[in-house]
Design a protein around this ligand. Structure first.
Ligand code: C2O
Length: 517
């Protein structure tokens, strides 16, 4: 094990991944941003210096549990203060997991402007390691021509009908590895491990590798039984590792295509000239011409149902379940005509002090009391060791990729889409009995419009555990909540809040009292 240190100056740079020049948030003068590459057991130190001048920043390591290091998780006003312009902040944590992850800004839609990258954790004992000749990281993402703060305003501007304030901004392009027409050099008769990451902020993507099948072997950091698909459906923030066998005698090159799921876009706001598709190339022979770009992909409906992926460790459903939490997902207009998302009719509004610091500084006898965390953060206090089912019913017609920080949850039940105009499908009373023998575990699950899912996890990671839709527009619209996980044990952990974390709070006049600071 080693320590890997990154020094990151976060700043505006120019980028034109699809031919349209715009400012993007880059690192050390570059965009696309760098990947974090680590081995299991490593310590990762990321020293962030915010050079943006006009925006704060904060970085989250998506899928990393941060067991015993919740103060390094990253979401602004949840586990830290945002880093103001000119200030520095250090993330420092141990890598105890393996697989395919990513990192991204966790403040104000900033990762849509480019502040995002892969986070890969190599495992010498990965079950497929001996079979693989080469490994390739492949990201897919949606991309906008306007900057996130403007688009957020547009999305939340319910007062202006002309701006279609209620409709999510539709991306202008799709990217593979933050570019278009990327060439992946391929040798015949080899096994490639493609680590696929959707780093986008909105659209789910259909991915195909020309005439090559994919064997899924990892889902969101969990090794799974080999399962062959011809098309991969990857919602925002989800990851898959797939093995692609190259052809024995290839006399041509093949297109890799990623195509946005246009069903997620409101009719009437889709630009007529939108090309939902991006092409990359499996290049066997650089001297051969590339084939014509294929048409946009439609879901073939049969190659992927998440619940078909089975964890290699065959872990049984956790139990007994000690708490069931129904969560109803809704969108509605508030008094300002803004489109607000909610869990159980509560729309998230960031607290004045990061929730973690509230938990750390609270008197022991109050730390389990949800009232101290403020109703607007929709706090649910969980006790150490509890086994929790979240019974999520989607009263919205759109699909939402929900992400739980700090855990891989078991997918106990999951429906397809419900009737277009609702009401949503009901979670069967006996859902637990019908759970798969070895349910898929992952950290981000797509719940279809008017559909449902039940996800299960064990309370074993003291800290503030964010749960939210990973469509960035919906985060801004309040479709977020917090679990206050084992706060009594959290206080006993003795988390050290580093000086750089305290300083960025002080600079903004956010002052903590008591034990925390
Ligand atoms: Cu990928 Cu709360 O984030």
């Amino acid at each position: 094990a080693k320590t890997i240190t990154y020094n990151w100056d976060v700043d505006w740079v120019s980028a034109s991944p699809d031919g349209f020049l715009r400012p993007a948030v880059g690192i050390n003068g570059q965009w696309p941003c760098p990947s974090i590459m680590a081995d299991v057991g490593d310590r990762v130190v990321v020293k962030v210096h915010n050079c943006l001048v006009n925006e704060t920043t904060a970085i989250h390591f998506h899928g990393i549990f941060q067991q015993g290091s919740n103060q390094m998780d990253g979401p602004a006003m949840v586990t830290q203060c945002p880093i103001p312009p000119g200030e520095s902040f250090t993330y420092d944590f141990m890598i105890k997991q393996t697989g395919t992850y990513w990192w991204h800004a966790h403040v104000g839609g900033q990762y849509l402007d480019g502040l995002r990258g892969p986070l890969i954790i190599h495992d010498p004992e990965a079950p497929f390691v001996k079979e693989i000749d080469e490994e390739i990281v492949l990201t897919v993402s949606d991309w906008y021509h306007e900057q996130a703060p403007y688009l957020i305003q547009y999305f939340q501007s319910g007062l202006n009908e002309d701006l279609h304030g209620g409709s999510e901004p539709v991306p202008n392009a799709t990217l593979i590895n933050e570019a278009q027409n990327v060439h992946f050099p391929i040798k015949p008769n080899k096994s490639y491990l493609f680590r696929v990451i959707n780093m986008g902020g909105f659209a789910a993507q259909y991915l195909q590798f020309g005439e090559h099948d994919m064997d899924v072997v990892e889902v969101d950091g969990v090794y799974t039984k080999r399962h062959r698909v011809s098309q991969l459906f990857v919602a925002a923030a989800q990851r898959y590792s797939v093995i692609v066998k190259s052809k024995r005698n290839a006399t041509q090159n093949f297109a890799i295509t990623a195509s946005m799921n246009e069903d997620m876009f409101d009719e009437g706001v889709i630009p007529v000239n939108l090309n939902p598709l991006v092409t990359g190339w499996l290049v066997y022979d650089e001297t051969k011409p590339l084939p014509p770009s294929p048409p946009a992909i439609n879901y073939d409906g049969k190659s992927q149902n998440d619940i078909k992926f089975i964890p290699l460790d065959m872990q049984k459903p956790l139990g007994p379940v000690t708490k069931q939490i129904p969560l109803n997902v809704n969108f509605s207009q508030n008094v300002q005509n803004q489109n607000r998302g909610s869990f159980n009719n509560i729309s998230f509004i960031a607290p004045k002090v990061p929730t973690l610091y509230t938990a750390l500084s609270a008197p022991a006898e109050l730390v389990n009391n949800p009232l101290i965390y403020g109703n607007n953060t929709n706090p649910i206090v969980l006790k150490m060791g509890e086994v929790v089912d979240l019974l999520i019913t989607n009263y919205d017609g759109g699909a939402h990729p929900f992400h739980l920080h700090g855990h891989s949850f078991q997918v106990i039940a999951r429906s397809g889409a419900g009737p277009d105009n609702g009401p949503p499908l009901t979670i069967p009373k006996n859902y637990s009995k019908n759970a798969p023998d070895a349910p898929l575990r992952r950290d981000t699950i797509l719940i279809y419009g008017n559909g449902y899912a039940v996800i299960r996890f064990k309370v074993d990671n003291p800290g503030i555990t964010l749960f939210h839709c990973h469509i960035e527009w919906h985060v801004e619209a309040g479709l977020t909540m917090v679990f206050i996980e084992a706060p009594t044990e959290l206080q006993k952990l003795g988390l050290v809040i580093p000086d750089s974390h305290k300083d960025v709070c002080n600079k903004q006049g956010i002052h903590m009292k008591g034990n925390a600071m």
